[in-house]
Design a protein around this ligand. Structure first.
Ligand code: TPP
Ligand code: MG
Length: 363
């Protein structure tokens, strides 16, 4: 006897195309032009903030940074879909998610300036930035388990890269989520590269979303450069998670337009023509096309928005740069007690006063 015991499929969703046309049959009912303007402003803000952070790092005013340019739609769209009680679990690139969720900009900048004071404010509903690839995923599944166990009615949105989906932690997390039925929405940010490893060397599977099928949960693909499509898919998945404890894996198809981090030079391994191919798919440009076509946006509005956003960003930078670190933090949290050698270094540092930001600026 032979019979088929399983058939799997993955849907792809796009609501707004590259020319700013909306597929009316798929458009979420709660999206209107006012919200589209809001999403446009949030994505523009994310891009401006990203450019500033990169520039600060290049001037030695930040230690490191992982740019998000090109990924504004998937981050803003998913964050916009979350409810106020939902948690999110980042890796290291979700600056726009932090921003939309109301993370103070100056605190975020402190983090990238290397100060431990750049941590989550009390009550902020996320886990911390996580650099070890995919290790955030079991934490996210566990957090979702807690949401269910405590009957909070809230869900968890976790972010992982295309590279991260090759890690055991990713499979373990979605397997756990499938078995225990927890309110987890796992977003795979498929930006086509994991540092220098391209998507086609990451997995032979035609979609990364289909990895969900092995965990007994639904996987869906969405145009990650379509903010409305991402909003819709994440919102629907969150609704299902909160009401029925059903996990979902969402693969957002996007592109890392810039560097992996400030320690990377993609011109060494990535063809320019591939980057050129993605330029017309820009997530912000298509929304601007839509708004201009409808007479809702023009050059004057664009300039006013850009000026106001830059002022807000500059104010945050000023605040972050005024921050004077407590020098003792360099020596803390290394040992459970301060050994004599470290104490000697501490005393020498106090005498030299070398860490004072004012002196660094004068150098
Ligand atoms: C466990 C582990 N292995 C390797 C690294 C080095 N590393 C940092 S980011 C990265 C690639 C991640 O690619 P992806 O998951 O696609 O996320 P993206 O950076 O593209 O957003 C690697 C290999 C790490 N941080 N942790
Ligand atoms: Mg990637």
């Amino acid at each position: 006897m032979q019979k088929r015991v399983f058939d799997g499929s993955v849907d792809y969703i796009q609501v707004m195309d590259e020319n700013g046309n909306i597929d009316a049959a798929l458009a979420p009912s709660d999206i209107n032009d006012q919200k589209i303007i809001e999403l446009y402003k949030l994505m523009s803000f994310a891009r401006a903030l990203d450019a500033k952070a990169l520039s600060l790092q290049r001037q030695g005013r930040a230690v490191t940074y992982a740019p998000l340019v090109g990924q504004e739609a998937e981050q803003v769209g998913s964050a916009y879909a979350m409810g106020k009680d939902d948690y999110f679990v980042p890796n290291f690139r979700q600056h726009a998610v932090f921003m939309v969720r109301g993370f103070p900009l100056d605190i975020g900048l402190l983090y990238w300036r290397g100060f431990e004071e750049g941590v989550l404010p009390k009550g902020f509903k996320s886990l911390a930035v996580c650099v070890p690839v995919a290790t955030q995923m079991p934490h996210a599944a566990g957090l979702a388990y807690a949401m269910k166990f405590k009957k909070t009615g809230a869900a968890v949105v976790a972010y992982v890269g295309d590279g991260g989906t090759s890690e055991g932690d990713f499979y373990e997390a979605i397997n756990f989520a499938g078995v225990t039925k927890v309110p987890l929405v796992a977003i795979i940010e498929n930006n086509q590269w994991a540092i220098s490893v391209p998507r086609n060397q990451q997995s032979a599977a035609p979609t990364l979303a289909q990895k969900a099928i092995a965990a007994g949960i639904q996987g869906v693909q969405v145009d990650g450069n379509d903010v409305i499509g991402v909003y819709k898919v994440v919102k629907d998945a969150l609704e299902k998670a909160r009401t029925t404890n059903t996990p979902t894996v969402i693969e957002v198809l996007t592109y890392r337009m810039s560097l992996h981090t400030t320690a990377d030079d993609p011109t060494k391994y990535r063809p320019d023509k591939e980057v050129e191919l993605w330029k017309p798919r820009d997530p912000i440009a298509r929304v601007r096309k839509y708004l201009v076509k409808k007479g809702l946006w023009d050059e004057k509005k664009e300039q006013e928005m850009a000026d106001a956003q830059l002022k807000q960003i500059d104010d945050a930078v000023e605040k972050a740069e005024k921050f004077t670190p407590d020098p003792r933090t360099i020596f803390e949290h290394v040992y459970s007690f301060i050994p004599q050698t470290l104490q000697d270094e501490y005393d020498a540092a106090v005498a030299a006063n070398f860490w004072q930001p004012k002196q660094q600026e004068q150098e």
